[in-house]
Design a protein around this ligand. Structure first.
Ligand code: SF4
Length: 256
């Protein structure tokens, strides 16, 4: 996989979380278990909320209700991302892939010549299919027979939809030159019972905190903010008169 140049600015800049529709924020909060690193994807989709909802609903089905299984899914996603030179997607899926059981060597091997790694026969068929689908090329009868030997009809349908959805995501992000998310440098814990609604945190870090209009207290927009907001969030925590904000950095130390 060659590296897509990142020096050019994005053609459409991702919207900051404060400008996302509320249901998009909820979807991101619900998907925290799938790993950090999608703020710029969500921020890009936020330009088209209806489409974002449909896209993320499909992604959620493929991730949590799919029939393929997590390991096969991540293998397909990584390989399609590699073939389409989508560094954003390939990097972001390293953690879910490891969680799904792929070894570090296997993850690296998805971005290399498949013959250089001792893949199983089923893995090799999946990788070959991913290569062809990413190139919009037909699958041979021989390859289809190998896939059909390993997968049910439902899994085969899902494989094609998954490859297509991944390719669409890669093409969208590549074309828009969407930058990779910087890894979150901290996690924000908010004790709303201690919030006295003074609002200093919202003023200091509006991309991370917002005032809940129903009760005046503060709500979190993003629990794992992008590193670019770290200084603002630390300032907000220092300002908070109620001691309602606790920060956990990557070294697991509490601040303040
Ligand atoms: S600064 Fe603290 S007390 Fe004030 S609104 Fe924010 S969380 Fe609540």
């Amino acid at each position: 996989m060659t590296t897509t140049p990142t020096t050019s600015p994005p053609r459409i800049a991702p919207l900051p979380p404060a400008e996302w529709p509320p249901d998009l924020r909820s979807l991101l909060a619900d998907s925290r278990q799938d790993g950090p690193g999608r703020e710029n994807l969500f921020g890009t989709l936020a330009h088209h909320p209806v489409l974002a909802h449909a896209w993320l609903s499909l992604a959620r089905v493929l991730t949590h209700e799919g029939a393929l299984g997590h390991r096969r899914r991540e293998l397909i996603v990584l390989r399609v991302a590699h073939r389409l030179d989508a560094g954003y997607v390939h990097r972001r899926h390293r953690i879910p892939a490891a969680d799904a059981g792929l070894t570090a060597a296997e993850i690296d091997a998805t971005a290399a010549d498949p013959t250089a790694h001792p893949w199983s026969a089923e893995d090799r068929a999946l990788l070959e299919a991913a290569d062809l689908l990413a190139a919009n090329s037909p699958l041979s009868e021989g390859l289809w027979d190998r896939l059909a030997h390993a997968l049910s009809p439902g899994q085969l349908v899902e494989l094609l939809v998954l490859a297509g959805q991944t390719a669409t995501m890669c093409t969208t992000l590549n074309t828009l030159r969407t930058p990779s998310d910087r890894p979150p440098s901290l996690t924000v814990l908010l004790d709303r019972d201690r919030c006295c609604s003074a609002g200093q945190c919202v003023g200091a870090a509006p991309e991370v905190f917002e005032q809940d209009e129903s009760d005046g207290r503060v709500a979190l927009l993003v629990p794992d903010p992008d590193a670019r907001y770290a200084d603002e969030v630390r300032f907000a925590a220092d300002l908070c008169p109620g001691g309602a904000i606790t920060l956990l950095d990557h070294e697991e130390t509490a601040h303040p």
